[in-house]
Design a protein around this ligand. Structure first.
Ligand code: SAH
Ligand code: F3S
Length: 441
């Protein structure tokens, strides 16, 4: 009988990508079927996230539930991967001795070997090394999971923002060679993929080898990907303000396939806070990038990440962040309550702001975010958009759903022939949840 695999993913798109690869790696070794509840699984995998405390706490509470399952059936295997695994290592086994495997984001390709070793030796196995880019050389061919696919182009981060665990859990920035990325994308197009989302902690820090030993930067990579005929739209996430180049900004003028959307985390509207976060740019510098982006592509949608309640953030500094949010007129963005992470420099700063005040600020900020996002949505009525249709509506018969460049879901009437196609539409209306559109022929 096929092994039953339950896998739960926490956190970012990189983790979603890694989860797909984990499934492919295990499946290419011994065929498995995915199940959607841990109760029926032989192998339970948690692909964890440690970016904020909440995500980490959830991992241990889930593990507590799996312990009971294992008490009833000792043949169940439990594996913990991702950033909590990377950060905690053997502490996981100390806290939860019933866990069988601990593996990091860079060692997921070794899972079949680790599983075999677990059976042979009868003891928990831990492998959380950073073996450079080895992982990608050992991954099986991708599977078709819809017309839009993610491709990792670089791993890790070397920016060491004072609040962030990523450089410690995923290692320093390493870029995949250009040809490997292009090969993966071409294989995906052969399966029917039409949209590519390039992934990395800092995609615009990409510096990949070209076969003749020269280096390809991110803007060049975009041009190469755009040359692949079957790829009709290119997205990427996430970028860092300090890795912006004129060439990258010019891509929004030159490459029509590029989604007119840019996610550029700013974190705060105060220069003092930015400096304490070690972001290495000022608000003015950030605004100048946005000005250039809007000049190159006037209808570009800009989104960002914000941390609210960084240690000692004053009321005035919070006001500056609010002001910036409105001034740049960001589309739907992400905002998080600052979460002290063990081992990061910011965790050592003595903080004089209460949790209650921070939560109040976050709530106020998120309200502005939603209001602003809604205004952007309203403005879309009457505009022409391209959408990639990827599923039928579950609630309405004869209706299909597709996503615009700025990630709005649009409902369009039609039949199954629309599925997996790009369609140019005009937005006609807003429904309770989505937008409605009609095809322009
Ligand atoms: N370069 C990556 C950053 C990953 S973390 C990217 O942009 O996707 C994603 C976001 O989580 C960051 O931009 C930041 O806003 C938030 N974040 C990171 N560490 C945090 C912490 N300790 N507390 C609260 N939010 C944090
Ligand atoms: Fe984290 Fe800063 Fe890198 S937020 S991922 S250290 S750019």
């Amino acid at each position: 009988m096929k092994k039953q695999l339950f896998i739960k993913t926490f956190g970012c798109q990189m983790n979603e990508y890694d989860t797909q690869k984990i499934v492919d790696v295990i499946d290419s070794n011994e065929s498995v079927s995915l199940v959607d509840s841990p109760e029926t699984a032989d192998l339970i995998i948690l692909n964890t996230c440690s970016i904020r405390e909440k995500a980490e706490v959830k991992v241990y509470s889930d593990l507590g539930r799996y312990r009971k399952l294992k008490e009833n059936n000792p043949n169940i295997r439990i594996a913990v991967g991702g950033c909590v695994a990377s950060q905690e290592g053997e502490n996981i086994i100390k806290k939860a001795p019933y866990v069988d495997l601990v593996f990091g984001p860079q060692t997921l390709h070794r899972l079949p070997t680790l599983l075999k070793r677990r059976e042979a030796e009868g003891t928990p196995q831990i492998d959380i090394n950073f073996p450079e880019i080895e992982k990608f050389d050992h991954l099986p061919v991708s599977k078709f999971r819809g017309p839009s696919a993610t491709v990792s182009i670089m791993e890790g981060c070397s920016k060491y923002c004072s609040f962030c665990v990523v450089p410690y859990t995923r290692g320093e920035e390493i870029s995949r060679p250009l040809n490997d990325i292009l090969k993966e994308i071409i294989e995906l197009t052969q399966l029917g993929v039409k949209e590519i989302i390039l992934l990395g902690q800092n995609v615009n820090a990409y510096r990949g080898l070209i076969s003749n030993e020269s280096i390809c930067d991110f803007s060049m990579l975009l041009e190469y990907v755009a040359e692949i005929e079957e790829i009709q739209r290119i997205r990427f996430t996430t970028s860092h303000p300090n890795e912006m180049t004129e060439d990258l900004i010019a891509c929004f003028k030159k490459i029509d396939k590029l989604s007119k959307q840019f996610h550029l985390p700013i974190q705060s509207g105060s220069d003092r806070v930015l400096s304490s976060m070690k972001r290495n740019y000022t608000v003015l510098e950030y605004k100048s990038i946005i000005r250039k982006l809007k000049k190159a592509c006037p209808d570009i949608s800009i989104t960002s990440d914000f941390i609210i309640g960084f240690p000692n953030e004053t009321k005035d500094e919070f006001e500056q962040t609010k002001k910036l949010m409105k001034e740049i007129n960001f589309d739907y963005s992400f905002s998080f309550l600052y979460s002290p992470r063990p081992g990061t420099p910011a965790a050592f700063i003595e903080d004089n702001i209460s949790k209650k005040e921070k939560e109040r600020r976050l709530k106020e900020f998120q309200k502005i975010n939603v209001t602003q996002g809604k205004v952007h949505t309203l403005k879309m009525i009457g505009t022409t958009q391209r959408i990639l249709i990827d599923q039928p509506s579950k609630r309405k018969e004869g209706v299909y759903l597709g996503k615009t460049d700025n990630n709005r879901v649009v409902e369009i009437q039609g039949g199954p022939e629309l599925l997996n196609k790009f369609v140019t539409i005009k937005i006609t209306n807003i429904t309770e949840k989505n937008l409605e559109g009609v095809e322009i022929k």
